[in-house]
Design a protein around this ligand. Sequence first.
Ligand SMILES: Cc1ncc(COP(=O)(O)O)c(C=O)c1O
Length: 414
Amino acid sequence: MAAAGHAGSMDQVTFDVSRVRAAYPALGDGYAYLDGAAGTQVPRTVIDAVAAAARGGIGNAGGAFPASHRAGAIVTSCRQAVADLVGGRPAGVIVGPNMTTLTYRLAGTLAATWKPGDEIVVSRLDHDANVRPWIQAAARAGVTVRWAEVDIATGELPAAQYDGLLSGRTRLVAVTAASNILGTRPDVAAITARAHAAGALTYVDGVHATPHGPIDVRALGADFYATSAYKWSGPHIGAVIADPDLLETFRPDKLASSPGTVPDRFELGTPAYADLAGVTAAVEHLAGLAGPGADGDRRGRLLASMTAVAEYENGLFAVLLGGLEAMEHVTTYGKAANRAATAYFNVAGHTPAEVAAHLADRKINVWNGHNYAWELTGALGIRDSGGAVRAGLVHYNDRSDVERLLAAVRELAP
Ligand SMILES: Cc1ncc(COP(=O)(O)O)c(C=O)c1O
């Protein structure tokens, strides 16, 4: 038994990490999977759902025959599942291959409504997938880009600075709900409230935030919320969630022959139906993480489960971060008050690539480099020297993963 907590009106909700780990076949290979921030493993139920969809026969959706009806039902279920996960409406769930592809698509679509002299605000904290698509679209439209800066000493993205960045010309604020290297969770609600007061739309990158706790897109003030299922135990599928009434106001480029309805008109070509079945199974899996104590509808179970996940990860992260910070030969980056369980660090006398190779020899999976946090690693002054090492926790990591990492990093002391 690893952690216990209460959530909403639920009875005692438990988080049993050994039960959770048993659901993941890949975790049996003896490696410590601390690379979840780059993509999680998938539970058996997801593997089975993808296989069952393929085995059962899938046609293209919209036809007269049962295999086609099954494809349509897979899409409908997937939209409902993703909506439940983030507190959105199924008719506002756009699915696609990954967050980057969808964000480029949305950037092109939104930018078609921008005029020269308009402005957008991006942040130095963000993964490049929530920066470059907007900057490139802005350049094409003659739109000015303003930057929200990170406090390098703390890794925070202060919300108050947006007062000086926004104006009546601001059309969009793009900001992350959690940094994929420092874990920083900015006060997104405070940022989006300022954006809305200025009349701007908000595009929130939830790729790193979604696996680490309960998400409510309305409370976040996210007009658009992007997430990727492969970061939360699902297949390699991305989704953007928006209010369907807002989507009705945009006209993305599309084929003359493809559906003109929302959200379908934002999706290009034939979807990966079997993988979408896996997305639904992943959401079901997350809803069940809190154990048998959680009951009620799926949204309620998700809130309970993800609250228990956050509590569990935070406890384990304190051990990980405390252990790294106690080592004199280790430099850690970021000290945000509100943080997803992601550590980013360097080891004196070793390049990040050497550290990652040393850890791989000891069966520990971590990432090294800029991890696409292009602007942030530039601001930290480490992008050109190879970035740093990222060790991220997700719900299936346990104390032994953390202890193995700490012992292996300790071996590198001079
Ligand atoms: C915070 C964040 N945003 C965006 C992305 C890009 O997501 P995708 O791989 O789905 O395009 C990632 C991927 O690592 C990420 O961590």
